[in-house]
Design a protein around this ligand. Structure first.
Ligand SMILES: Nc1ncnc2c1ncn2[C@@H]1O[C@H](COP(=O)(O)OP(=O)(O)O)[C@@H](O)[C@H]1O
Ligand SMILES: N[C@@H](CCOP(=O)(O)O)C(=O)O
Length: 320
């Protein structure tokens, strides 16, 4: 159950008055999710999602909420934050930061077909383009610096083979992040966690991207690699499903053509995206936060994906 902070409808009676939403009529805790306390909130104006942020602070949140606002204003289907009467998107509730955003229709597609992957690829490209004039800067907080900090913390828990893999991949990624192709990659705000559980569909119609709380400024190609590594694989082996990957990459390329530097960086970036989630899952598994309530995700899934990306050439990003 991902409601870490209990809130009752009665407590919202006064608090909700600062928003242009009328009275709060119903509040229902949302069971899924691992980071925050989420509630479906019915008001006189409609259906919303209330989030109480358990780990993110008032300093980081304006980036995420303003990015969602920027994208929503440009027609990207993301939850639109609701500002209070002082124009604030992040407001304290029970001493923690909280926000109200619009509720998306649909549900997650956990067994995606090429048509779903094409819809995600096209919307991801549109999102990158729409975000390119977003004025705020916040780096990807789960980028190379974080990998450098986290590697020594998890190494003592690994057997020799896994420790060797992690050290070798970190060396490779440090070199890749310093190379000329990498420096030339187009970049801007990225979602950075666009897994199947963070996208809504109604049938084959994509109705929204959400959960922007790992977003940051980084290469667009990293976002594509994270997305392919979750949407376009055989879940047991981590092997890329060529039909789904082709559908996603071609749809992306049609909206925002990939560059030659991106083509040259594709395989290393798929490895980087696997490494990022192997590391975070290792960290959550071996060093769980105090009061962690949910079973951590399985790190071996991304270790398998990383080994597979090392062993097998990925489909081309685009046909030259
Ligand atoms: N804007 C939204 N519209 C509709 N459902 C939402 C929205 N935001 C969150 N949800 C629902 O809440 C669940 C948990 O949200 P999520 O952002 O993944 O939580 P966490 O950040 O804690 O992992 C999602 O799986 C989804 O069902
Ligand atoms: N997608 C990450 C974990 C982040 O969880 P989310 O529910 O906030 O998307 C993973 O699978 O390791």
């Amino acid at each position: 159950m991902a409601v870490f902070t209990a809130v009752g409808l009665g407590e919202l009676t006064q608090w909700i008055k600062q928003f242009p939403l009328g009275n709060a009529l119903a509040l229902r805790g949302i069971a899924s999710g691992i980071e925050n306390s989420n509630f479906f909130l019915t008001t006189e104006r409609g259906e919303y999602v209330l989030t109480i942020f358990e780990n993110l602070g008032f300093d980081q949140l304006p980036f995420y909420l303003n990015l969602m606002n920027h994208l929503a204003l440009r027609g990207i289907p993301v939850p639109a934050p609701v500002a209070n009467d002082r124009g604030e998107l992040v407001v304290p509730l029970q001493g923690k930061p909280a926000a109200i955003v619009s509720k998306l229709d649909g549900s997650s597609q956990m067994d995606p077909q090429p048509a779903h992957c094409a819809a995600v690829g096209a919307m991801l490209a549109k999102m990158h383009v729409a975000g390119s004039d977003f004025p705020m800067q916040q780096s990807n907080l789960r980028g190379l610096d974080w990998w450098n900090e986290t590697t020594p913390a998890v190494l003592p828990y690994l057997d020799d083979a896994d420790a060797h893999l992690l050290r070798a991949e970190m060396h490779f990624q440090q070199a890749f992040h310093g190379c000329a192709h990498y420096a030339a990659l187009p970049r801007g705000p990225i979602h950075a966690d666009l897994f199947r559980n963070n996208v809504m569909f109604v049938g084959e119609q994509l109705t929204g991207f959400f959960d922007f709380y790992f977003a940051g400024c980084d290469t667009w190609l990293f976002d594509v690699a994270v997305t392919v590594n979750d949407w376009c694989i055989d879940p047991d082996s981590g092997v890329i499903d060529r039909a789904r990957a082709r559908a996603m990459l071609d749809a992306y390329h049609a909206e925002r053509p990939f560059t030659h530097d991106e083509q040259a960086s594709w395989q290393p970036m798929l490895r980087a995206a696997a490494l990022r989630f192997w590391l975070s899952r290792l960290y959550d598994f071996h060093l769980p936060r105090e009061a962690e309530m949910l079973t951590p995700h399985d790190p071996t899934h991304f270790e398998r994906i990383l080994r597979e990306r090392l062993a097998t050439p990925a489909p081309e990003l685009f046909h030259e």
